[in-house]
Design a protein around this ligand. Structure first.
Ligand code: MN
Length: 220
């Protein structure tokens, strides 16, 4: 457990208990004041208590994003400090853990819309009640799955071939104008072509050579 606590990451989940000891009324402002992207679920007040019947203690699920890898302990302390005041220590935060199954899955779980939650037929909460602090933006944290990445790379290659794009700037221009049609953004393109510079160079060179040849300026 000690080792686990020392493990570092950028993405964490946590629980907040509004009925917990020292939970402040202005908790939302306090979370915003931390200055790190945080998302908080709607109040989970309809999670079934399988052992005793009824519902378990109402709670919020949170996602915390750090700028660089940090420990769960440091995140717990940061949130706890933000929610505590000189007169009252907040003991309503629990289970600060590194995100294990992907941030997208965690985000879907905020409303019980993740695959596992759907399978377990958990009560679905309203997406509109998710609270975002300090510009939490899921799309910025989602790492593309390798399969989707491969498919997107093929789309980029097809575009370069079809439109004979000769360099990365032409590709960016194309994506800026037509990206929506192909489900591409410059950020996605960058992510998809990262580590493939050699191949991209061959591709652009090919397009350049073909265009030149097509232009009939003497080269084969
Ligand atoms: Mn819950």
């Amino acid at each position: 457990l000690y080792h686990m606590a020392k493990e570092k990451d950028r993405f964490f989940t946590f629980l907040l208990y509004p009925d917990g000891e020292g939970f402040p009324q202005d908790w939302e402002t306090r979370l915003e004041m931390i200055g790190q992207p945080i998302a908080v679920s709607p109040l989970h007040d309809k999670d079934k208590d399988k052992k005793n019947g009824g519902f378990i203690k109402p709670h919020y699920h949170g996602i915390y994003v750090a700028n660089s890898p940090v420990t769960a302990d440091s995140v717990r302390n940061k949130i706890k400090r933000a929610l505590s005041s000189e007169t009252e220590e907040c003991r309503a935060i629990a289970k600060v853990q590194i995100v294990q199954k992907g941030i997208e899955n965690c985000y879907l779980y905020l409303t019980h819309e993740s695959k596992d939650a759907i399978e377990k037929k958990k009560h679905v909460y309203n997406k509109a009640d998710i609270k975002h602090f300090s510009c939490f933006d899921l799309s910025r944290y989602v790492v593309l799955d390798t399969e989707i990445k491969g498919e997107m790379f093929n789309v980029v290659v097809s575009i370069i071939r079809a439109y004979m794009l000769e360099n990365i700037l032409d590709l960016y221009d194309f994506v800026e104008e037509n990206g929506e049609t192909y489900g591409l953004t410059i950020k996605l393109v960058n992510e998809v072509i990262a580590g493939k510079t050699g191949f991209m160079k061959l591709l652009f060179d090919g397009a350049y050579q073909r265009k030149k040849r097509g232009g009939g300026n003497g080269h084969i």
